[in-house]
Design a binder for this molecule. Structure first.
Ligand code: MTE
Length: 360
């Protein structure tokens, strides 16, 4: 389905919500498109690249309407390796703490890395000329989520400084091929370092404005609420930069039923730190954090990408839990338990990564 691997974990067929089995991501700095997770709130629009137009309006000196050819020819081409991670990545562990009705039970593979080709949003905004009072840049797409009342198209916004930072892309290419429809083709926004929700797919309108977007997915969803709070417009913390996180990709939970042989076992995972931070250490434990080994951590394939790590553990016979935690270059690390992070919509679970395996 949608050109994805046959063994994807499909949480929903319509809208399509799927993540790869963790092992499909192991050891690959760039995720093959067929394994890249897909997160959709509504049916994916079928836009014709020949008639697609991008409108730039709001607090600008010059409104622009650009065709795909104009976007490709008028601005400098850029390719950036960027990790996209959903704010709901690893929600399943929060669900085990307390139910989260109506939300997709994502595992640890709702995060992937691709080479995105397009132009810098900053260059397009410079041509439009943000005017007095401009502080936010809002994106709108045509897909309508059936679960949002009243119905409205998908949207979101980022601050003007982030939009003008140069790293935010309007992308029409993914891993050297035209951006597939399910990933937002013909053109999507790619906001490095931010939760995936801000990387609006099928973007058709970019508005420069004084306030953040009032779209449901910015004003009400993708916000971090206290455990007993009710969601509502403007409540909670609006999520931007992705929380530092890590995940174990191999062995994965699938191996739990399969029984691993005792002895030296390769353990492979990812870690990610946003906004200019780097992962400098990953600890791996077989005794719940009583003692730790340090894994080998790869350099990131770009300043905006995850880092892969690997180590070999000597697994004893019996049930075992492999635990991992990452540290960044500011000395920050991950919280221990998902229970301390539980929130009503199940976002930002960046607690220690854990996988349970049976060894024998
Ligand atoms: N853009 C639109 N128009 N509609 C959506 O439902 N989902 C967002 C974001 N952009 C979404 C969207 C979310 S929550 C995520 S995590 C990423 O797209 C997922 O991108 P992908 O499906 O290409 O992996």
């Amino acid at each position: 389905m949608w050109g994805k691997r046959d063994d994807m974990i499909v949480h929903e067929e319509e809208p399509f919500n799927a993540e790869p089995r963790p092992a499909a991501l192991a050891g690959q700095p760039l995720t093959p498109t067929e394994a890249f997770y897909s997160r959709n709130h509504g049916p994916s629009p079928d836009l014709d690249p020949a008639t697609w137009r991008l409108r730039i309006d709001g607090l600008v000196d010059r409104e622009l309407v650009l065709s795909l050819c104009e976007l490709q020819q008028r601005f400098a081409l850029r390719t950036e390796v960027v990790t996209l991670g959903c704010a709901g990545n690893r929600r399943a562990e929060l669900l085990a703490v307390r139910p989260i009705p109506g939300q997709v039970p994502w595992g640890p593979a709702t995060i992937s890395t691709a080479a995105w080709t397009g132009v810098s949003l900053a260059d397009v905004l410079a041509e439009a000329g943000p005017g007095a009072g401009a502080a936010h840049v809002a994106f709108t797409a045509p897909d309508v989520s059936p679960s949002v009342v009243p119905p409205q198209p998908y949207g979101g916004s980022i601050s003007l400084p982030k939009a003008c930072s140069g790293e935010v892309l309007l992308a029409w290419g993914m891993n050297g091929a035209p951006l597939p429809r399910i990933h937002g083709g013909p053109v999507r926004v790619v906001v490095p370092g931010y939760i995936g929700a801000r990387s609006v797919k099928w973007v058709q309108r970019i508005s420069v404005q004084a306030q953040p977007s009032e779209n449901y997915f910015q004003a009400e969803d993708y916000r971090l609420l206290p455990p007993d709070a009710e969601p509502g417009p403007g409540r909670g913390i609006s999520l931007g930069p992705l929380a530092m996180t890590s995940g174990i990709l191999c062995p994965d939970d699938d191996d739990a039923g399969a029984r691993l042989p005792a002895g030296p076992t390769d353990v492979i995972g990812y870690a990610f730190a946003a906004e200019g931070r780097t992962i400098v250490r990953v600890d791996v434990s077989l005794d719940g954090g009583g003692t730790w080994n340090q894994a080998a951590v790869d350099d990131p394939p770009s300043p905006w990408a995850w880092q892969l790590w690997h180590t070999t553990l000597d697994l004893p016979v019996g049930p075992a839990e492999i635990t991992a935690r990452a540290w960044d270059d500011t000395g920050a690390t991950q919280p221990e338990f998902p229970a301390s992070l539980w929130n009503p919509a199940g976002y930002d679970n960046n607690s220690w990564a854990r996988v349970r395996v049976d060894v024998g």
